[in-house]
Design a protein around this ligand. Structure first.
Ligand SMILES: *Cc1c(COP(=O)(O)O)cnc(C)c1O
Length: 397
């Protein structure tokens, strides 16, 4: 099928949720390079929105998946034990310091699980409230409950009333946090780096305060690491940079390197709030998805994390140099490791830059109002980063 045929059939049959997509069809890839239907190559700085962390055609990943497929068992429901699930549960807990895990199929579902767990803990204590604290500019997913947790009006409007109730406070507003985090709440949910709204890192002092307040009020601090987790920031969890440990943390995007899987991790006493029948999933934790998660978690070891940190540090330096060269165009550079954002001034439209880069053979993302978002596979090289910076310089000159 040609690109034109695909586009036309998609427009006819797919719900209009994604509008006009970017004008390219990828048919192959290797490492951090994608190939389109005309054999043109692109260096990928988006990785399927922070998902394809091992890049394309990773031999070890493919063989881990093939091994599971060849066993004949792709799915077995949660009536039964399954070894990839059990091994991944143990490894993730050992690596993150959490005590228990539940596997879901996506980031939104992992967050849904986290919020239900917090609600159940509150209910067990005799607190019948359904109110949580969340941050403005957050993003937690597209299910009704996670949309409600998302502190951005534009997502709520046609779908009110949503689920549960949320008090939204401004990121880094200490006084608002003190006022909002009270014992009648069911929990506090946040991303330490707000990905979708522009790669906005929270301040350390604010995150530490929320940690303290949650402990004082005996309510869980829920850190959504769906985008930041599994090494993107140079640590397995971005919260490690902040010196805090959540009560509940969620993972998804990079965990399966493209296989759909989400995880909700928790420690006692919160982890024990669910009993038999309180939550479940048909597909969640299936052997194939867990074989993928297990392989990725093993690969994202200390060596990989230090590579992400140093390559990410180099990338950020280059973006900062670009900002220095084009101060009227690049107004801010943010993020950690290989999860970076470059905010543009009103004069340059981030989507137009994204389109221009596609034409030059680079895939990037956008986020927030006008920010270029970079979340490349962990195998991205300094040479590939130099090529992107060169292309951006040309566009800005
Ligand atoms: C992408 C994302 C989600 C939603 O994940 P899905 O897999 O699309 O449901 C939730 N939280 C954050 C921080 C995300 O970046």
């Amino acid at each position: 099928m040609t690109y034109e045929e695909l586009k036309q059939i998609d427009e006819q049959y797919y719900m209009k949720t994604f509008g006009a997509r970017l004008p390219v069809v990828f048919t192959g890839g290797k490492g951090a390079v994608l190939m389109d239907s005309d054999h043109k190559e692109y260096i990928d700085f988006l990785a399927g929105i922070a998902v394809n962390c091992l890049g394309y055609a990773d031999v070890g990943f493919a063989s881990a998946l093939k091994g599971q497929i060849d066993s004949g068992v792709i799915h077995i429901c949660n009536y039964f034990y399954n070894e990839p699930q059990t091994r991944l549960a143990q490894l993730l807990c050992e690596r993150t310091g959490f005590e228990r895990v539940f596997f879901a199929n996506s980031g939104a579902e992992a967050n849904e699980c986290a919020l239900k767990l917090a609600k159940k803990y509150a209910a067990d204590k005799g607190n019948s409230s359904d109110r949580f604290v969340a941050l403005k500019k957050s993003f937690h997913g597209r299910t009704l409950l996670t949309l409600s947790a998302t502190g951005q009006e534009k997502f709520h409007e046609p779908f009110r009333p949503g689920a549960y109730r949320f008090t939204y406070i401004d990121a880094n507003d200490i006084e608002a946090a003190k006022a909002a985090v009270t014992a009648d709440k069911c929990g506090v949910i946040l991303e330490v780096i707000q990905g979708e709204s522009g790669v906005l890192p929270l301040q350390k002092e604010f995150v530490s305060l929320l940690r303290t307040l949650c402990t004082q009020q005996d309510i869980p601090l829920i850190i959504d690491e769906v985008q930041t987790g599994m090494g993107h920031t140079g640590k397995l969890l971005a919260q490690e940079h902040y010196g805090v440990h959540a009560d509940i943390t969620t993972l998804a995007k990079a965990l399966g390197n493209g296989m759909p899987i989400g995880a909700c991790l928790s420690s006692s006493p919160f982890a024990d709030a669910f009993g038999p029948g309180d939550h479940g999933s048909t597909f969640g934790g299936n052997p194939l998805a867990c074989a993928a998660g297990l392989y990725v978690t093993e690969r994202v070891d200390a060596d990989m994390l230090s590579r992400i940190e140093s390559t990410g540090g180099y990338f950020k330096e280059q973006l900062l140099a670009l900002k220095e060269r084009f101060p009227k165009i690049v107004t801010d550079v943010r993020g950690m490791g290989l999860l970076l954002g470059a905010e543009l001034s009103e004069k340059k439209d981030a989507h137009a830059v994204q389109h221009a880069l596609i034409a030059k053979g680079f895939v990037i993302g956008t986020a927030g109002s006008n920010t270029l978002r970079f979340a490349p596979p962990y195998c991205i090289s300094r040479g590939q980063i130099d090529l992107l910076i060169g292309a951006l310089s040309e566009l800005f000159s």
